[in-house]
Design a protein around this ligand. Structure first.
Ligand SMILES: Nc1nc2c(c(=O)[nH]1)N[C@H]1C(S)=C(S)[C@@H](COP(=O)(O)O)O[C@H]1N2
Ligand SMILES: [Mo]
Length: 352
């Protein structure tokens, strides 16, 4: 099948493979909220435990920091002295002010699992990950500056020269926060130390790293990527991905656990469906309770191939509002608002 090779070439050309599955991160849903131990201790314990085994599908539900994808517009990784660091809050406000890392850490009110994905991630790509982020709600930082009337956007300026913005109303939502910890550790340099923005449900580009200034403006500010035509809404749509089996593999005859991830933003995933006949018929997979509203879900399906031979396995997600994942195309480009398409893998069932 020609298609098979083309698919793999596309994924390779995009520099993306399959999300790492081996190793640590045994997470059982809800464990993080157990009373007693701190979030840090819980996270550490979880990360040390190894993989999650969801009824035969083995995967990392939390992406370890050193395996988390990195996307930056330049090679620069600003090295910021946290003792000298100040975050400025300015623009259309009565009381512009700035604050340091100790002030920010003392205001900590957020601990949330959030999945980040780059808008450039191709269908089936690996520029996606889930981490436990800790920080302070952006709304509280903004309100201390006493905003004036007429604010349209909240703009984030970063130490590497990058900027982006979100609608002002969105920046006042309880979901959006400034994070200083990732999976129980201070942010690694490449992920934005000492401070970054987390905008759950919105593509990575708005999750500005190395943030040093917040400005409230009365116009529709466009950030670095938006000036180049990328989506300013940048809402992550329903996504799903097969992690096991991997494309091009031969698997033994007999029952086989197919598994992967799915994500549906604000509404959450209601169903994940798999097809073994190029989308003619679909079967419901089993879903693991997500770690949070804003985190991906793991899913698994016990497949008994009727006979040996070549199969295409396809997946799609359905959110709790009843929306079925957009079919798009496997080859859909990510420009301008993210790749859309069902993920498929071609596998051979047999003994060879
Ligand atoms: N300061 C700054 N923030 C940034 C970027 C950047 O180039 N500079 N890239 C953005 C993009 S495109 C993505 S997908 C996410 C990636 O975050 P990560 O590298 O921590 O995974 O960071 C966003 N924040
Ligand atoms: Mo990105």
């Amino acid at each position: 099948m020609k298609k098979k090779f083309t698919r793999r070439e596309v994924i390779k050309a995009a520099g993306a493979g399959v999300i790492g599955l081996q190793a640590s991160g045994s997470i059982s849903s809800g464990l993080i909220r157990h009373a007693g131990a701190s979030a840090e201790e819980e996270t550490h314990k979880l990360l040390m435990k190894g993989t999650v085994n969801f009824k035969g599908f083995t995967a990392k539900e939390i992406t370890p920091n050193d395996e988390f994808y990195v996307t930056s517009y330049s090679e620069k990784v600003p090295r910021i002295d946290e003792n000298k660091f100040r975050l400025a809050v300015a623009g259309l406000v009565e009381k512009p002010y700035d604050l340091g890392m100790n002030d920010l850490r003392a205001m900590k009110d957020k601990t949330e699992f959030v999945t980040l994905e780059c808008i450039g991630n191709p269908v089936g790509g690996d520029s996606i990950g889930t981490a436990l982020w800790e920080g302070v709600t952006l709304k509280r930082i903004i309100e201390k500056a006493v905003p004036k009337k007429g604010v349209v956007k909240t703009v984030f300026y970063a130490e590497d020269g990058y900027t982006d913005s979100i609608p002002y109303a969105h920046s006042l939502s309880d979901d959006v926060f400034l994070a200083f910890k990732m999976n129980g550790e201070f942010l690694p340099p490449q992920h934005g130390f000492p401070l970054r923005v987390i905008v759950p449900g919105i593509y990575g580009m708005k999750n500005v790293k190395w943030i040093s200034k917040i400005e409230l403006v009365n116009h529709d500010y466009k950030g670095y990527w938006e000036k180049k035509g990328w989506s300013d809404e940048a809402v992550i749509p329903i996504k799903s991905q097969i992690l096991m089996p991997m494309d091009g593999k031969t698997i033994p005859p007999g029952p086989y656990v197919v598994g992967g991830i799915a994500y549906a933003g604000r509404h959450g995933i209601a169903r994940v469906q798999v097809s073994f006949d190029e989308g003619r018929t679909w079967s419901d997979a089993e879903i693991k309770e997500p770690l949070s509203t804003w985190a991906w879900v793991l899913w698994r399906f016990e497949w008994s191939p009727p006979k040996e031979g070549a199969y295409t396995v396809t997946v799609r997600g359905v959110d709790k509002a009843g929306k079925v994942q957009e079919k798009g195309s496997f080859f859909s480009t990510s420009y301008p608002d993210g790749a859309k398409g069902y993920h498929s893998v071609d596998v051979n069932v047999g003994t060879g």
